[in-house]
Design a protein around this ligand. Structure first.
Ligand code: ADP
Ligand code: MG
Length: 723
């Protein structure tokens, strides 16, 4: 019975005819239930009350009072003047309207109004000319159609999205009435224990910090209370409590779905269990030319723990540029090899693939481990041979660019490492399953993911973070440079080169003739290369690197730079990812307003690798927009990659960073990933605890919640209704 009432069409309500009904329908409001869950997009709070006897000439104020002495002073068309006094216990103020004769009808004696505007002292009396007027209560003889007036403005007003022909006050009235009459019929999905636990955690996390603790209940409000708190709020704490109740519910459903998925991955998939004995660990670590940082140790332990199990590791390793992710990857790969399995590592660019190949080959000199490289510049014969040796199990480690590794076959693949994951796009999962067995996956990213994205789009992934960098790293200084600086900057660069350091110069485009004329004002590497090698840096060896060069040429330039034969590398963002030349300590970024924050930070990472201090100067092309300007200032002042990621998230919004749609999760209706991150964290903890205790959510008191989770997320996350 209740269910049918809730799905009753709005047009069956007394005051709603076909016409209004169709206007409401265009807002998605067809049934009683739709109206109940039509959440306000905002709230309007009444302005603070000011005393008339404390007003100051010129001040803007908002005053509540009763109209006395209303008079249409002059009726001459085009010259009418209406004046009235607004009185309250603190005094009286005069209001004036020119050429608005209708005010005489609206503002009769006895009407209670709120007026806002700028106050002028005229003689001994304060005046407002053409104030904003809000009717709080009509004068006593007002006509009966008062029903169609806005609701009282001295209360908190929920603000709803509007459409053609629907007024704000209509929606305010509709939602308040429907909530009063029908909210009781709704079923509660969160039992009282859950609402109590959630409230305790939310309070501990200071989610309700702005509110007076004495106003807070000991549990989240029930569904009907929460709805009236939103649709007919009496206090500020109503607004917060009502909203957080639904934010929590929405995020809890999502986190339960993700927790169920994490569990199902562990039971549905199989991977080879790879054991890490103390001896194996010691033999691997001994090969590294330095002592591991404690962060690296910790991550390696986690990885060893994952790979020992018989379902695939699914771990994301985040670490700022230069935090030392490569040895962690090497550890995972060598652990597979020690267990008689192969390992592979995918890099987003050939330059990077070659560099990893080199690092691993150096590390494994005089060992029996055989390393192969797969990248675009190999000859057909070379490639065929590498593919064959991989398939035969003659190669233990295969490093390559992602495109090529799609073709490769393995004999016994144990682990797949994906480097600089952000280059591949979020959801591009490669499947290397063979004979029903998956390898373990380790995904690495230098672009830290904001916490809220990590907990949603990567909600089914285990995370590790390398926070502290290997000791002995120089600091990096970042300068926002203006044009007046150019000459001084190049002389600074020359000084560093004289000291034996090397430099990068980065520009946003290549500068080929075929590029569009629109690009002409944007710095290009070709033009910069010409002008620097004939001008400011003529004395030095300047090299050129960009994506349109042949792979061999690129490789040559890179190794000349790494060997120190080239002093200055003028380049596009090809060097953005991973390139490791510790002696390069100076970077000039031209057209920096064209780059995103993450990209700039990646670039900066190239000059923080050695023990010398790094220096980055940032020049812009033309004028930076306010948004670009703010981005560059953030870049200048923030050097921590995680902080930058949060700042970037705030500046750009979640949609732009990693579109929510992209994640395969349905859009959130009330929660806001940017502002509700603390609630999200709690929802995640609560969900994990629930699933740990009751994997199928079979507790009868959670049956409704479970149904909600499955109907919203079941299909998308391939959760089955197991019970
Ligand atoms: P990223 O996380 O950016 O991939 P890398 O793995 O390339 O960083 O490491 C950056 C540099 O730090 C490399 O030159 C590497 O050899 C060095 N390195 C990594 N770990 C350590 C360590 N524990 N002690 C000293 N140097 C280290
Ligand atoms: Mg790297």
């Amino acid at each position: 019975m209740p269910a049918s009432q809730l799905s009753q069409p709005l047009t069956e309500l007394p005051q709603i005819g076909a016409q209004r009904g169709s206007r409401f329908a265009s807002l998605g409001l067809r049934t009683i239930r739709d109206v109940l869950f039509f959440f306000p997009r905002d709230f309007e709070f009444p302005p603070p009350q000011v005393r008339i006897d404390e007003l100051v000439d010129g001040q803007t104020a908002s005053i509540l009072g009763t109209i006395s002495d209303a008079e249409l002073v002059s009726r001459r068309p085009g010259r009418s003047v209406f004046g009235a006094l607004v009185e309250n216990e603190s005094g009286a103020i005069r209001i004036l309207f020119f050429n608005q004769p209708f005010r005489a009808e609206q503002l009769k004696r006895g009407t209670i109004v709120r007026i806002s505007g700028s106050v002028k002292l005229n003689g001994l009396r304060f005046e407002m000319t053409h104030p904003k007027v809000q009717i709080e209560q009509d004068h006593p003889q007002a006509s009966d159609d008062a029903d169609d007036q806005p609701t009282a403005g001295s209360r908190i007003a929920p603000i709803y999205p509007l459409t053609e022909g629907v007024k704000q006050f209509e929606l305010q009235r509709l939602t308040a009435d429907v909530t009063r009459l029908y909210a009781k019929e709704l079923d509660e999905v969160m039992p009282v224990t859950l609402r109590t636990d959630a409230m305790t955690c939310l309070m501990q996390a200071e989610v309700f910090d702005e509110l007076d603790a004495s106003e807070l209940p000991s549990q989240l409000p029930t569904i009907d209370t929460a709805l009236s708190m939103l649709h007919d709020p009496q206090t500020n704490s109503h607004v917060q409590l009502g909203r957080i109740r639904f934010v929590f519910q929405e995020l809890l459903a999502m986190q339960l779905a993700l927790a169920m998925r994490r569990r199902s991955l562990t039971t549905a998939l199989r991977a080879p269990p790879l054991e890490c004995s103390a001896l194996i660990r010691q033999r691997i670590v001994r090969r590294f030319p330095f002592a591991l940082t404690s962060d690296q140790e910790r991550v390696i332990d986690a990885i060893a723990g994952d790979m020992r199990r018989q379902f695939p590791m699914n771990r994301l390793l985040q670490g700022d540029v230069g935090s030392g992710k490569t040895v962690v990857a090497a550890f995972a790969m060598l652990l597979a090899v020690a267990n008689g399995y192969q390992a592979t590592m995918m890099a987003p660019t050939e330059v990077l693939a070659r560099q990893h190949f080199q690092t691993l080959s150096d590390l494994l000199q005089d060992s029996r481990v055989r390393v192969g490289l797969l990248c675009g510049s190999l000859t057909t014969a070379e490639r065929r041979e590498t593919l064959q040796r991989s398939a035969d199990g003659e190669l233990d480690l295969i490093v390559g660019t992602q495109a090529l590794l799609f073709d490769v076959a393995f004999k016994r693949l144990g682990v797949c490492v994906i480097d600089e994951q952000h280059k591949f796009g979020v959801n591009q999962r490669i499947s290397l399953r063979q004979g029903g067995i998956d390898p373990h996956y380790l995904v690495m990213s230098a672009t830290p993911i904001p916490r809220s994205i990590a907990m949603t789009q990567f909600g089914d992934v285990d995370m590790s973070v390398l926070r502290d960098k290997p000791a002995g790293r120089g600091t990096v200084h970042t300068y926002l440079a203006d044009e007046a600086w150019r000459a001084r900057w190049w002389s600074f660069v020359r000084e560093r080169l004289e000291e034996g350091r090397q430099a990068f110069v980065v520009a946003p485009r290549v500068g080929d003739k075929d590029e569009s004329a629109d690009d002409e004002d944007i710095s290009s590497v070709k033009h910069t290369f010409e002008s620097l090698s004939n001008g400011e840096l003529a004395k030095y060896q300047v090299g050129l690197l960009h994506g349109r060069m042949h792979a061999d040429e690129k490789h040559n330039v890179m190794s000349q730079f790494a060997e120190g034969e080239i002093d200055v590398l003028v380049t596009t963002t090809v060097i953005e990812v991973g390139i490791d030349v510790p002696n390069a300590t100076v970077m000039t970024i031209l057209g920096a307003n064209r780059f995103g924050l993450a990209q700039l930070h990646q670039l900066r990472g190239r000059v923080s690798r050695g023990s010398h201090a790094g220096h980055v100067a940032v020049f812009i092309d033309g004028d930076a927009s306010p948004k670009q300007d703010e981005r560059l200032r953030t870049f200048e002042s923030t050097h921590d990659g995680f902080e930058l990621a949060e700042a970037d998230f705030k500046l750009r919004g979640p949609g732009e960073l990693l579109g929510q749609r992209q994640s395969g999760l349905p859009r959130l209706r009330i929660a806001d990933l940017q502002n509700d991150v603390r609630v999200l964290e709690i929802a995640r903890e609560v969900a994990q605890t629930l699933i740990d205790e009751d994997p199928e959510i079979s507790d009868p008191s959670l049956a409704l919640l479970r149904r909600q989770v499955l109907s919203r997320y079941g299909k998308r996350l391939e959760l089955s209704d197991g019970a």
